[in-house]
Write a protein that binds this ligand. Sequence first.
Ligand code: FES
Ligand SMILES: [Fe+2]
Length: 349
Amino acid sequence: MLVTQQKILRRFWYPVLPMDQLADKPVPFTLLGQAIVIWKDQDGKPAATIDRCCHRTAKLSKGFCTADGKIACGYHGWEFDGTGQCTRIPQWKDAGRTPKFKIDAYHAKERYGFVWVALDDPMFDIPEIPEASDPSFRRIPEFYEPWNVNALRVLENAFDNAHFTYVHKSSFGDPDPTPSEMTYEEFPWGFRTHSIVRVQNPDLQKKNLGIEEGMTTRDNTRTWFMPFFRQLRIRYPNGLVHCIQTGATPIDDTRSQLVQFVYRNDSEAETPAASVVAFDRQVTGEDREILEATEYDVPLSATSGEEFHMPSDKPGMLMRRRFISLLAEAGETEIRRATKPETPREAAE
Ligand code: FES
Ligand SMILES: [Fe+2]
């Protein structure tokens, strides 16, 4: 599935930018292959439009924000509001008769410290994260970085109990490769899984978790919010909850913006945020290393013959099935790349 070619994916919210990276200048982003620009309006709320001025096509992200919360093009100063309406053409002398030019505008909202954008009318609301409004949890920002991987690969990995022994052997992976069982609950907007996972507890984690044993268990509740957002809520035996939100915001077919932030029910005095981030940095880097070595065009059909499967792939296969249904309901068919990837031998011929 080529994410940029499936129009229905435009009807979901994606976290695109940390709010603290949005100051008094417009910021460019590419979402599902669409170049967009984000800025703050007069009320400090995020606004998003196409990153293209309708006069002579200059990128609006090269422009500036006006005192009244509009975005102004850096070429000739045309101004636009958050609905995409051109509100001022400085050179046009008869201001009362300014033409009604308009550019494409997108849905934009602030939530959980991020700007979320939907290119078309969203099918569902922004994922609900109860820990965000629970005063017993603190928020720890983690990662915001582009990865060379298709978003669906990241999400499948996030529900894959069979890779820990190999990918995470240096961090938490149990040397026993037998994957834990999962239970499933489906919703119109995704699904929720539950599993108990045995994990190594290396020195840094002993401090972070306040658990001395060399092995421990994670009571994992993982929630998939279609299409590319996941919450992993880990409860340790001592009651500590480490709740990881991960978004793979699709930049285009081959790249995703990895967005990750954590909620924890302990304090900075108990566990410094820097130590929490250091361990998650290691784990996330291990995933990145292998995910960037996968192909970007994920086949949705279980019987395409391009990939073969095992029972523990169930959550990923469920995602693929849900995408097949989503596309069918939207009247779309799965769009694949035109040619299969070249092997080195073929490329040399
Ligand atoms: S190109 Fe934007 S105002 Fe001229
Ligand atoms: Fe992983």
